[in-house]
Design a protein around this ligand. Structure first.
Ligand code: SF4
Ligand code: SF4
Length: 390
């Protein structure tokens, strides 16, 4: 099955091309730092701080790898494509975060659950108690919320659920009316995706598709997701999305048994063969269907994961493999980026949570301003990691 899925990798390889992309991104960073700070010396100091901060968080140099899809470069999962208006906004709020006496604004990502409907039965589902109840959010409320958070400086919105593909017509309407200065993603199991739907989403303004795949082996993935054929649906969705010019990401929840280099390697080989740009690694959390269950990774497990990640980002062997976005790694190093720092989660009733895994309704996004919501989230702390002022 993997064989007939083989796609060309979108990762930018070749020394000269990589250098040219890096120069473009650095030149842009300098230009925006200069216009924000007003002096060459201050601009250079900003660049130094931004580069150091990035290395601290990710464990690798900035712009180490990039992917090129439909005319734009993506060098980090939470960063919008370059060049774009969204990218400019993101660089401006990151610069303001290192400038002294400058108020923090802007968010990298709002994850927005737009439907309670889903037909899978995943072991780790964090929305388990809310699934398959009537939807409450109207298209107009979703669009108004996007406008509100776009005005606040949010540069990436990710639609989740449930299964957002089960609200396909509404999703298209939302994308058509959404502000144009942000990137939009759909997080899906792959259910219901066709070539035509992927193209329609792309034409309506979608940037990328994140497809959940929790094991490289079909039978193991399907068992975890409680749905026969889930593996095949996921692979097809990736193929349709790539053909439509969408950026593709695989999302993997690494369970205890999966924290082995040979499994992770098999997964990354599959990801490369599918032509995805990113792989997101998540760790199980005791929330939703996993509430009260003994599923947390041990210290040995996370050390093995960290070791795999650092060798992956530093080894030439993986130079044209997808980029890894591994939240747990940087959270353990520098704290949490959820809770309204760089991202937060809106549930299907329009209520804000620190993130999808640290659930607990904090405040309605429908009846409060973005500033009120962010302030409320930032005064709450997560059970798992300290908040960060990064
Ligand atoms: S994790 Fe996602 S795909 Fe799985 S049951 Fe929950 S909402 Fe559905
Ligand atoms: S709020 Fe907690 S669970 Fe959520 S991303 Fe932050 S550290 Fe992780």
């Amino acid at each position: 099955m993997v064989q007939d899925q083989l796609s060309q990798t979108p990762i930018v390889s070749g020394r000269l091309r990589k250098m040219s992309v890096t120069l473009k991104l650095l030149k842009n960073l300098y230009k925006q730092s200069l216009s924000r700070s007003g002096s060459h010396a201050k601009a250079m100091s900003i660049i130094k701080q931004v580069l150091a901060k990035y290395k601290d968080v990710q464990g690798e140099n900035i712009f180490n790898k990039a992917t090129f899809v439909d005319g734009r470069y993506y060098w980090r999962f939470a960063s919008p494509g370059f060049p774009s208006e969204a990218y400019k906004i993101m660089v401006n709020y990151e610069i303001d975060r290192v400038l002294p006496d400058t108020p923090q604004w802007g968010l990298s990502t709002v994850i927005f659950a737009i439907t309670k409907k889903c037909c899978m039965n995943c072991e780790h589902c964090f929305e388990w108690e809310n699934l398959n109840k009537p939807n409450t959010l109207q298209v107009s409320e979703i669009v108004e919320t996007l406008k509100k958070y776009s005005d606040y400086g949010t540069t990436q919105f990710m639609f989740s659920g449930g299964e957002p593909m089960l609200r396909f017509d509404d999703l298209v309407q939302v994308l058509e009316q959404a502000p144009k200065n942000a990137d939009y993603w759909v997080i899906t199991s792959g259910f219901g995706m066709t070539h035509e739907k992927a193209q329609k989403l792309k034409n309506s303004g979608l940037t990328g598709l994140m497809v959940s795949l929790d094991h490289h082996l079909p039978e193991e993935n399907d068992k975890f997701r409680g749905y026969k054929g889930a593996h095949s649906l996921a692979l097809k969705a990736v193929r349709f999305a790539n053909e439509a010019g969408l950026v593709t990401t695989l999302s993997l929840c690494v369970t205890r048994g999966y924290c082995q280099p040979e499994y992770l390697d098999a997964y990354m080989h599959l990801a490369k063969s599918l032509g995805v740009s990113f792989v997101q690694i998540l760790e199980p959390r005791q929330t939703g269907r996993y509430s009260g269950k003994d599923i947390l990774l041990s210290d040995d497990d996370t050390q093995r994961l960290d070791k795999y990640y650092t060798s992956y980002i530093n080894s030439k062997k993986y130079k044209d493999y997808p980029m890894i976005n591994y939240l747990g790694y940087h959270q353990r190093k520098v704290g949490c980026f959820g809770g309204g720092n760089r991202f937060f989660y809106i549930d299907t009733d329009g209520d804000a949570h620190l993130c999808p895994y640290c659930s607990g309704k904090k405040i309605s996004v429908l009846t409060n301003t973005a500033e009120e919501v962010i302030k409320t989230l930032q005064t709450n702390h997560c059970h798992a990691f300290e908040n960060t002022d990064y």
